[in-house]
Ligand binder design. Structure first.
Ligand code: SF4
Length: 273
């Protein structure tokens, strides 16, 4: 029986990863196999970077042309990064990709007036200790609105249906829990901004939602701990399998999980065969 080192920290994305599929979690977070970027993840991180660059400027400088030049700056940075180079896009595909990023930024500028935003943290790393576990998260934007904290999370994927709305808010409630632990107070609002559709989902955290985060995270961590000790990370087939890079090593698709750490880095172009 293979056992694994128990992780000492959890982030919202890790919690979601484990609850979506324990086996995919094992590959990515326990064995730390670096799965290849996708056009969606790269587009998301590039637009986040451009917004961070723009918001480093004072309110009065945040004009539409500043945001256009920020996206150009982020595109120039990404030309050198593996997030883009590992996608192996053709010149035409790169041009289309850059245009998609510009459209997302144009959509963003229709959603709020950036000059009215008072950011106090951009890509802010927060952590809090709960028992033996460290909870970590990176908040896209923390701001002050009428003296209250507001957490904003940018999304470049599609807005969720109503049924999925609660699930998609769980990551942001995680951030509000971190705010309470670090700053001693809950944010007045947590917001998800869907740049592709122009929708914003906003919710008001309360003591109950913060407690729910702590309880759920503790339960997930216990399950992670159990899986590490028993070596039993079960596959959980779902619609996500269609975009899972680890499919060739997944028993649900006839693969052998224990070969992933040897074969996947070669298949993903990270080491020579
Ligand atoms: S293919 Fe599906 S079930 Fe298998 S590891 Fe990936 S997400 Fe999990």
């Amino acid at each position: 029986m293979t056992t694994y080192d128990i992780p000492t920290s959890l982030s919202p994305s890790r919690v979601e990863s484990f609850t979506s599929c324990p086996l995919a979690f094992r590959f990515a977070n326990i064995e730390k196999i670096d799965d290849p970027p996708t056009i969606h993840t790269t587009r998301g991180s590039l637009v986040h970077r451009a917004l961070e660059l723009a918001y480093r400027h004072p309110a009065e400088a945040r004009t539409p042309s500043l945001f256009e030049s920020s996206i150009d700056e982020a595109i120039a940075e990404y030309h050198e990064l593996p997030d883009l180079t590992r996608l192996h896009l053709t010149t035409d595909q790169v041009t289309a990709f850059e245009q998609q990023c510009r459209v997302l930024m144009q959509n963003y500028l229709r959603m709020e007036d950036p000059r009215a935003v008072r950011p106090i943290g951009l890509e802010l790393r927060l952590s809090a200790t709960v028992g033996d576990l460290t909870l970590r998260g990176i908040i896209d934007r923390l701001e002050l609105r009428e003296g209250e904290l507001v957490v904003t999370d940018y999304k470049t994927g599609r807005a969720p249906s109503v049924n999925w709305e609660l699930k998609s808010m769980s990551g942001v409630h995680f951030y509000s829990f971190l705010c309470q632990a670090v700053f001693g107070r809950l944010p007045a609002a947590i917001r998800l901004m869907y740049l592709s559709s122009g929708e914003t989902i906003e919710s008001t955290p309360n003591e109950r939602s913060a407690r729910y985060v702590a309880t759920r995270t503790a339960a997930v961590w216990k399950a992670v701990e159990r899986a590490c000790v028993t070596g039993d990370f079960k596959p959980h087939p779902s619609a996500l399998c269609a975009s899972c890079s680890f499919q060739p090593w997944c028993p649900s698709f006839g693969g052998t999980p224990d070969l992933a750490h040897i074969e996947a880095p070669v298949a993903f172009g990270l080491t020579a065969a």
